[in-house]
Design a protein around this ligand. Structure first.
Ligand code: DGL
Length: 285
């Protein structure tokens, strides 16, 4: 893989950001749908998880990562992280973009997910599994209420799931205990739920375990394909952004943590070998 410094002056990749590995589940689906574009994936693994952190901290960390991706030439950055989308997206769009560069765009994953759930639920009762940060932000119920007045959303915060996945402990029996516990809580709080949103980009990695503990017939919504579809649609509707994105089918992976650790774990997530590079963020930005 060509090193990031060598390609930056000649390309304008789409930035994909997550606190760690979770965004890889989104990147994978985006690349399936839009293989021709160049991408930079940035995982802030050194500071993950974000889901248990305050609004101010998630906003600060996310802005640092977005700024870094802008400096690397990205015109468009996708926050492939629900926690960052819930806690930082609006401030970045409204306060920072006008100051940094009004022609750049930052998009999240919550709106694209919510826009496409309409036909999934018959009972009109939806469950949300997400990090404490996303649940506490109320972003999903708020966005859903804007579009569909008749849908009830019940949320369950799963504080340990990301840590289990990031530490590669999610296939162990100990993990099953916590997965089952949160699912039982969710269904106890609303037994009419027929559709469950995986509102954290890490959770597709444990989708089989989640489905094993949910009663048969409950629809599980994973975001990758929805976000990919929505991005394709966005690029069609915004030729002024699309025309700036370079198209050599390249991907570069950056991590704020150790390259060795990222390379091994990301290869498991993506089921293929990858090469990553380390990046130090300038925290004074
Ligand atoms: N994958 C992220 C999300 O979608 C964040 C997980 C975390 O860092 O806590 O919320």
């Amino acid at each position: 893989m060509e090193k990031i410094d060598n390609i930056l002056d000649k390309s304008c990749p789409i930035g994909i950001f997550d606190s760690g590995y979770g965004g890889l589940t989104i990147l994978e689906k985006i690349r399936e749908q839009l293989p021709e574009y160049d991408y930079i994936y940035l995982g802030d693994n050194a500071r993950t998880p974000y889901g248990t952190r305050s609004f101010d901290v998630v906003y600060k960390f996310t802005l640092e990562c977005v700024t870094q991706l802008f400096e690397m030439g990205c015109q468009l950055v996708i926050l492939a992280c629900n926690t960052a989308s819930a806690k930082a997206l609006r401030s970045i769009q409204q306060n920072d973009l006008p100051r940094i560069d009004p022609s750049r765009r930052v998009l999240g994953v919550i709106r694209p997910t919510v826009e496409l759930i309409e036909n999934q639920t018959h009972t009109r009762h939806i469950g949300l599994l997400a990090t404490p940060g996303t649940v506490q932000s109320g972003s999903y119920p708020l966005e859903i209420a804007k579009l569909y007045k008749d849908i009830t959303v019940t949320s369950e915060a799963c504080p340990l799931w990301v840590a289990l996945i990031e530490n590669n402990e999610h296939r162990n029996q100990g993990a099953d205990y916590f997965i089952r516990k949160n699912i039982d809580n969710l269904l106890k709080n609303d037994p009419l739920i027929d559709t469950v949103i995986l509102g954290c980009t890490h959770y597709p990695l444990i989708q089989d375990r989640i489905e094993a503990f949910l009663p048969k017939g409950i629809n599980v919504i994973s975001q990758g394909k929805l976000v990919a579809y929505s991005l394709a649609d966005y690029l069609k509707r915004h030729p002024e952004i699309e025309s700036k994105c370079s198209k050599n089918g390249r991907i570069n992976y950056l991590t704020t943590e150790s390259v060795e650790k990222f390379t091994v774990s990301a290869s498991v997530f993506l089921k293929s070998e990858i090469q990553a590079e380390h990046i130090d963020l300038d925290e004074n930005k």
